[in-house]
Design a protein around this ligand. Structure first.
Ligand code: HEC
Ligand code: HEC
Length: 342
């Protein structure tokens, strides 16, 4: 936090004494919040076994365009984590190596290793299982098979050396499993830190008055029945369109994974950490604005029509959950420019 924010926060705190909105009183609000959410843990599950050599290799692989058939795409093309980006491409759906788009929006890789499962429908159990998919997916990186991937890496002396360092003692370290393990090790370092956590840990001025009002609304309206835990989501599956159906019924969600009828239109409850950085919103990327996503959620999931003021403060609060070192691109199209697309 810089001096300006501190002064701003302190001024707001003084001013808040005169306000009637008691629930925005920091200590009380913090207590209420901590019943349903928590600061992001220091480490991701499994990270204790990751070595610096594995993380370094995984990072290089994450940015490696050789992992796509025509050399145009890396993981970072759709999940940009460099230059202060939010782990996404900020497009509704992502063009793959040959320009074809899948039906789903790219979720952020930031904090993803904390989720109970990966993908909108949870079909991969963890980061390593997930990482094996996109490289061979014909509309993503479109490599023909694992052997072709390993042949390309095996022809690169630096990769041969780095795999050997990352997986010491293995006779043939350049394997598809090890590639996935290394990428997962790198992804486990992608933990974000935001002002909401500073507030939860006791720093009253970390949130402005407006943001505290937003937190209060977020808690009272009922968003935390689903978006809860340290990631404010990412820990369960729920239907989209509980009280009113969602407008786009093309994607049936988790039913494709479980074949259980109860899972029709069920998706992973997304984490709302960094949500201001990761638009457009929902599994189909149909909502460009965070305000419109919030309004839609209240209506579909809680049967509530929020006032403009409620939406405004909730959006202000959601903005306080952005990683301190990152920011959203100015417009979705300027965001796409850095995504390394052909
Ligand atoms: C062409 C764009 C594209 C590329 C390239 C790509 N991804 Fe993705 N990624 C997506 C999309 C779209 C989804 C969501 C798909 C779904 O849920 O069915 C996704 C989902 C994920 C998730 C799950 C996150 C969550 O919240 O569930 C992770 C982690 C991830 N990708 C990592 C990677 C890694 C690692 C690579 C490189 C090996 C990669 N992606 C390459 C588009 C891409
Ligand atoms: C009954 C559970 C439930 C409730 C209550 C709920 N949500 Fe959601 N939320 C979800 C699910 C599930 C999704 C994913 C929907 C999809 O894309 O198919 C989601 C998606 C979102 C998204 C888009 C996330 C992204 O990455 O695109 C935002 C923003 C959001 N919710 C905010 C809220 C807010 C604010 C409230 C309270 C007004 C709220 N939600 C209430 C379950 C819920």
């Amino acid at each position: 936090m810089n001096t300006r924010q501190l002064i701003l926060g302190a001024t707001v705190l003084l001013a808040s004494g005169t306000l009637s909105l008691r629930a925005a009183e920091p200590a009380e609000l913090r207590k209420k919040a901590l019943e349903v959410v928590a600061p992001i843990p220091e480490r991701m599950p499994g990270a204790e076994k990751d070595t610096p050599a594995q993380i370094a290799l995984g990072k290089r692989l994450f940015f490696e365009k050789k992992l796509s058939q025509n050399g145009t795409q890396s993981c970072n093309s759709c999940h940009a984590v460099d230059k202060g980006r939010g782990g996404v491409d900020n497009q509704p759906t992502s063009p793959g190596a040959f320009g074809k788009r899948g039906g789903r929006n790219s979720p952020t890789v930031l904090n993803a290793g904390f989720h109970t499962a990966q993908f909108w429908d949870g079909r991969a159990e963890d980061l390593a299982a997930q990482a094996k998919g996109p490289i061979l997916n014909p509309i993503e990186m479109a490599m023909p098979d694992q052997n072709e991937v390993l042949a390309r890496l095996g022809a690169d002396k630096r990769y041969v050396r780095d795999f050997a360092k990352a997986f010491p003692g293995e006779a043939k370290p350049v394997t598809y499993d090890n590639l996935a393990k290394a990428i997962a090790a790198f992804e486990r370092t992608l933990i974000t830190r935001d002002r909401f956590d500073d507030f939860l840990k006791g720093q009253d001025v970390a949130l402005t008055e407006l943001e505290r009002k937003g937190l209060h609304e977020f808690l009272s309206v009922g968003c935390t029945t689903c978006h809860n835990g340290p990631l404010v989501g990412g820990n369960g599956f729920r239907k989209i369109g509980i009280l009113e159906p969602y407008s786009n019924a093309t994607d049936k969600g988790r039913i494709e994974v479980t074949k259980d009828e109860a899972d029709e239109f069920v998706f992973k409850v997304p984490s709302l950490r960094n949500i201001a950085l990761t638009g457009p919103y929902f599994h189909d990327g149909k909502h460009a604005e965070l305000a419109s996503a919030v309004r839609e959620m209240a209506q579909l999931q809680l049967g509530q029509k929020l006032s403009d003021d409620q939406v405004k403060v909730i959006v202000a609060f959601l903005n306080a959950m952005s990683d301190k070192g990152r920011k959203a691109p100015k417009t979705a199209s300027s965001g796409a420019a850095g995504a390394g697309q052909p």
